[in-house]
Design a binder for this molecule. Structure first.
Ligand SMILES: Cc1cc2nc3c(=O)[nH]c(=O)nc-3n(C[C@H](O)[C@H](O)[C@H](O)COP(=O)(O)O)c2cc1C
Length: 178
């Protein structure tokens, strides 16, 4: 059975480093014969989740329909205030259990410093407990030091993105073959 993969990129910043990680992950998937769509939140005008009317918004339904098709995901996010950014949290609130239940999710995170390395713990725990999401036990976490002045990432980071991409395929395929 063939699996579908999707990369959700949640930074709203023009020169986003986490988006660069998303592009790199897409290249790794492509090298393995997998075309994975990147869903870029900069291209979606989503309402803030109000727990009610937002669920009838056509933009939310279109966004959710895109996400729901996949089996395995990479989420590329900036670290804001020791967490993923609020655009990511909002996207999860808008899509909820229909999208995330029992799916496989890996994280690609861009931060300002090394000290926030554990900052996705709360979000990943919530996905695991709320939706039984399978979180890959390997994150790619980068800071500005991992990029050159021209914005290109180090070979070591490319390798780490390759590793998490392979792990995404391995775990998703194993779980979906049940
Ligand atoms: C509102 C805000 C909060 C931030 N909080 C943190 C933080 O808690 N820890 C950290 O390491 N970096 C923090 N940063 C720095 C960003 O993680 C960093 O700029 C990162 O590159 C942003 O991701 P992006 O390049 O994909 O947009 C913060 C930046 C902003 C704007």
């Amino acid at each position: 059975m063939s699996q579908r993969y999707l990369i959700l990129s949640t930074s709203l910043r023009p020169n986003s480093r986490s988006h660069t990680l998303a592009l790199e992950a897409a290249e790794h998937l492509k090298a393995q014969g997998i075309e994975a769509e990147i869903v870029d939140l900069r291209e979606h005008t989503l309402p803030l989740c109000d727990g009610g009317a937002c669920y009838g918004d056509p933009a939310v339904n279109e966004f959710k329909a895109k996400l729901i098709e996949a089996d395995g995901y990479l989420i590329a996010t900036p670290i804001y205030n020791f967490d993923g950014n609020s655009a990511l949290k909002n996207a999860i609130e808008l899509t909820g259990k229909d999208v995330w239940t029992s799916k496989v999710v890996g994280f690609l995170a861009a931060a300002g410093g090394r000290g926030s390395y554990m900052s996705l713990s709360g979000l990943t725990l919530s996905l695991m407990l709320d939706f039984r999401t399978f979180i890959l036990p390997r994150f790619v976490y980068v800071t500005g030091e991992d990029f050159d002045e021209d914005g290109s990432m180090s070979e070591e980071v490319k390798e780490r993105v390759g590793e998490i991409t392979s792990e995404l395929i391995r775990v998703t395929s194993a779980l979906r073959s049940e």
